[in-house]
Every structure is written in structure tokens, then in C-alpha cells.
Write a protein that binds this ligand. Structure first.
Ligand SMILES: Nc1ncnc2c1ncn2[C@@H]1O[C@H](COP(=O)(O)OP(=O)(O)O)[C@@H](O)[C@H]1O
Ligand SMILES: [Mg+2]
Length: 261
């Protein structure tokens, strides 16, 4: 279980998180939504200790990672698999080498064992016969899936996804959504997705929380968010320019219909 308690974080004099409280139960599939730049990636990075909060605590299975020695933090970090927004694959390495990165660094498994694991994890994300290719030879959707195979290579308890469908066509986005759901069930992991893609949010979430102005302003099921009276939440989920959220003006012209900010 993950407990985020009253965390705050500013960059310079700009507050990004202003007291975020969130409990994530084991096995849950939670989606964190919010406008671009609202702090979703910053919040995810806190969970794996890549960013430390200015105040507040983050408990991973009852251990506070904000006051941990580095060696303990590395141990806790191994509970997480992360699919970064860019997929973060190394271009000079083959698909197999990319998938095996964590295994190379943190285990003493033999080359043979690692080949089996890579093949197995790639099969789980629907890829075969790509082990010897380089990322440049893959489509965007395939890169995401290789990134996902790498994220699950070390059998994590928690899988974090940062904007997993952004930049994909709707069909590929749906394939990734299906995968997120299937892995949550088959691997028995806790799934945390951050996105501004509401189609994806409705599809994969047991629970949706909305981050807005540095706090959690909504927390409920997909059915509950669809029926909320909260005007800010409604404007976001319906993707409307008019409403309490003011689009950022560019060159003095307010961009109507801009929902990504
Ligand atoms: N390392 C950093 N240093 C300074 N500012 C940062 C850093 N990381 C994020 N920010 C700022 O924090 C805000 C939230 O960023 P981010 O979490 O990436 O937003 P998003 O919700 O789109 O993922 C942005 O204004 C961003 O510029
Ligand atoms: Mg982000």
C-alpha cells in the first residue's frame, strides 16, 4: 500500500504540490488526471524517490521513503516498474538489452536466464521476434510495449505509467490500455497511471483522482466522476475551453478548445 501524506513541493518560488494526500491500496488500478504542467509527473517521481518533497511523508508498504538512507531507497525502488513518458529506451542497445537493463544491474542471473525472461516479458506485451532489433526500427506503439516489458522485467509490485497513450493513434492507445488492464490482473500488481487522456482513464481506472492547483480535487470511481457537479472537474473531463479553468493565453489570444494546456 502507498500512503502519500500532505506532500508539498515547490521549484524556486513556484509551488507545484501544495498538500497532496492520497492512499493507494494494493491491487488497485488508479488513474491520476490533470492538466499538462499540473504536477502529475512530479508526483510520480516522488513515489520512487527521484524527487524529495519539501514536507510531508510517503509510505511504501509502511516504510517512509522520505527519510531513508540511499541503500534502503534502492531496495524499495525495486518494488516499482516504471514506463516513462518517452519510453526512455537506449537507441544503441537492442530490444533484449533494453529489457534486461535492470536484470543486468541488480541480479546475478545468467545470460541464458535473462534471455528467457526477456522473451517471456516481451510475449506478455504481445511482442515476438523483436529481441535483436534496435528501438529505431520500432513503431511508437512497439516502443511503448518494449518499455513496458522492461518495466515488468524485475517482477515489480507497483507499475507506474506516465502518459502511456500520449502520442499514439486511438487504436494503439486502446491496445496499450488493454495491456495495462491485463497486466494488472495477470501479474497481480498495483497500477498507477498518470494521464490527461480521459478515454484511457475511464477504461483502466478502478478509481480516478484529479490533481488541480497542487491538491487532489476529486477522488472517486469513473461512474462518480462522470456524475460530479464539480465545475472544474466537469470542464476538464469534458474538454471544454469555457469554465473555471482558464486556458493559458498565448500571445494575448486565449486558445479555445485547448485541453492539454
Ligand atoms: N526538475 C524540475 N525543476 C524545475 N521545475 C520543474 C521540475 N520538474 C517539473 N517542474 C515544473 O513543475 C510543474 C509540473 O510539472 P510536471 O509534473 O512535469 O507536469 P505534468 O502534470 O504535465 O506531468 C511544471 O511547471 C514544471 O515546469
Ligand atoms: Mg508529465
Amino acid at each position: 500500500m502507498i500512503e502519500i501524506q500532505e506532500i508539498t513541493k515547490s521549484f524556486g518560488d513556484k509551488p507545484v504540490l501544495r498538500g497532496v494526500d492520497l492512499k493507494i491500496d494494493t491491487g488497485e488500478s488508479i488513474v491520476i488526471i490533470g492538466r499538462s504542467g499540473c504536477g502529475k509527473s512530479v508526483l510520480l517521481k516522488h513515489l520512487i524517490g527521484l524527487i524529495s518533497p519539501d514536507s510531508g511523508r510517503i509510505l511504501i508498504d509502511d516504510e517512509d521513503i522520505t527519510s531513508m538512507r540511499d541503500s534502503d531507497l534502492y531496495r524499495v525502488r525495486h518494488k516499482f516498474g516504471v514506463l516513462f513518458q518517452s519510453s526512455a529506451l537506449f537507441d544503441s542497445m537492442t530490444v533484449r538489452e533494453n529489457v534486461c537493463l535492470g536484470l543486468d544491474e541488480h541480479t546475478t542471473k545468467s545470460g541464458e536466464e535473462k534471455m528467457v525472461i526477456a522473451k517471456d516479458k516481451l510475449a506478455m506485451v504481445g511482442l515476438s521476434d523483436v529481441e535483436d532489433l534496435k528501438p529505431a526500427e520500432l513503431s511508437g506503439g512497439m516502443k511503448k510495449r518494449v518499455g513496458l516489458a522492461r518495466a515488468i522485467a524485475m517482477d515489480p509490485q507497483y507499475v507506474l505509467y506516465d502518459e502511456p497513450t500520449t502520442g499514439l493513434d486511438p487504436i494503439m492507445a486502446d491496445i496499450i490500455n488493454e495491456l495495462i488492464i491485463r497486466l494488472n490482473e495477470q501479474l497481480d500488481v498495483t497500477t498507477i497511471v498518470v494521464t490527461h487522456d480521459m478515454v484511457s482513464a475511464y477504461k483502466v481506472a478502478d478509481r480516478i483522482v484529479m490533481l488541480h492547483r497542487g491538491v487532489i480535487m476529486f477522488d472517486g470511481t469513473p461512474a462518480e466522476i462522470k456524475n460530479t457537479d464539480n465545475k472544474v472537474v466537469r470542464q476538464f473531463i469534458e474538454g471544454r475551453a469555457e469554465g473555471p479553468i482558464k486556458p493559458v493565453p498565448i500571445g494575448g489570444i486565449s486558445l479555445r478548445g485547448d485541453r492539454s494546456g
